[in-house]
Design a protein around this ligand. Structure first.
Ligand code: PLP
Ligand code: COI
Length: 355
């Protein structure tokens, strides 16, 4: 059935997969919903987006995505409340960041209405795919990549913007043990670390595999220049609690300006928690672990929300974090997910109703 919703053309699938999905036992990002938003850039402009059945795409082997990695993405979530109303969390921030990434990768920026109206239409078409179980959500993956052809090392002249959705459960199953990285870097001054460029993640896989072989689950990235300062936790921003103060590093061109990070900073402050946004050295964290003032470390990001860290390795030594009864991590996680899922007031105006 074809239809026009919010000025976006919709072509619906004739063979929904939804009955095959066990919504009670969802893993993260493996099952994809029935439809996707698809929008092509050609002849110097973004063409009208469409919601279409989820489908494979054929690309010419000389497409520039394969050779020069012009590829960017976002990560968002949709939630359904008890009345079946659909909510997003600060979606315009994801849209703006997608265009920040686009600019850095010489990809043409997207019009806001294509992103927002396209996303809203897709969510309404696939609304039955939004899980209601606590801890589950519809993970949304907007992405843009070069489809234009040729081996010349220059930006492509054609691109594809897709939004695909995956009903998902939690990203990590428990606390994670991390390794503070002393050799490899995720990003560098003047580089693309602040963009959500696909290549940033490809570059993380090998050092993370080495850490996994040593018995850790994630890498804590340090600054590329000295490896003395803590920057990010895998594909998350990082928070460190020393005594009762929550510390996170300032954003820079090496660090992703996380939407969860900035929300946690505001939420924690509104709860009366002392928050410091400043450089934090590995030395300070190791000393705090030794003298007992290191109380918590956690990663923050859309996929994992808040991911508590059980301990870290550094210079061949392992340091355990204490098991506290009441943690900032669990209190802040409850605060943010209650706002996201419409279980409490939203004094910040972050929740966005899809209608
Ligand atoms: N840092 C990196 C490298 C990420 O990939 C992500 C995930 O999106 C984050 C931080 C957290 O950002 P956000 O809270 O906007 O999801
Ligand atoms: C997210 O948190 O949404 C991310 O994009 C991280 C991802 C690599 C799973």
């Amino acid at each position: 059935m074809n239809a026009i919703m919010n000025d976006i053309e919709v072509i619906k699938t004739t063979s929904s997969k939804i009955k095959e999905v066990d919504f009670e036992n969802l893993s993260f990002g493996k099952i994809i919903s029935d439809h996707m938003l698809e929008c092509n850039y050609k002849d110097g402009k973004w063409q009208a987006p469409k919601v279409v059945p989820y489908h494979s795409i054929a690309l010419d082997p000389s497409s520039k995505i394969f050779h020069y990695g012009q590829s960017i993405f976002e990560g968002m979530k949709a939630y359904k409340d008890a009345n079946d109303d659909i909510y997003l969390f600060r979606p315009l921030d994801n849209f703006k960041r997608l265009n920040i990434s686009a600019k850095r990768l010489a990809i043409p920026e997207l019009p806001e209405s294509y992103f927002m109206e396209g996303l809203k239409t897709l969510l309404k078409v696939d609304s039955d795919w939004i899980p209601k179980k606590e801890g589950s959500s519809l993970y949304i993956r907007p992405f843009v990549f070069a489809t234009g052809n040729g081996f010349h090392a220059s930006p492509a002249d054609e691109y594809k913007f897709i939004i695909a959705c995956a009903p998902s459960g939690s990203y990590f199953s428990g606390k994670v043990k991390v390794l503070i990285e002393e050799t490899y870097s995720r990003s560098a001054n003047g580089g693309v670390g602040y963009a959500k460029a696909g290549g940033n993640y490809a570059g993380q896989f090998y050092p993370t595999q080495l850490a996994i072989e040593k018995g850790y689950q994630q890498v804590i990235w340090t600054d590329d220049n000295t490896h003395e300062y803590i920057e990010e936790a895998g594909a998350m921003n990082i928070f460190i609690r020393i005594n009762d103060t929550l510390i996170t590093g300032p954003t820079s061109d090496r660090i992703l300006d996380g939407i969860t990070r900035k929300s946690i900073i505001e939420l924690a402050k509104s709860e009366g928690i002392s928050v410091e946004v400043r450089k934090i050295s590995v030395h300070e964290v190791v000393e705090a672990a030794k003298n007992g003032s290191l109380k918590e470390m956690f990663g923050a990001g859309t996929a994992a929300v808040i991911s508590p860290i059980s301990g870290f390795g550094y210079h061949g030594e392992d340091y355990e974090l204490p098991e506290l009864e009441h943690t900032y991590a669990s209190a802040l996680k409850k605060n943010i997910t209650d706002i996201q899922t419409n279980k409490c007031e939203d004094p910040f105006g972050w929740r966005f109703k899809v209608e």
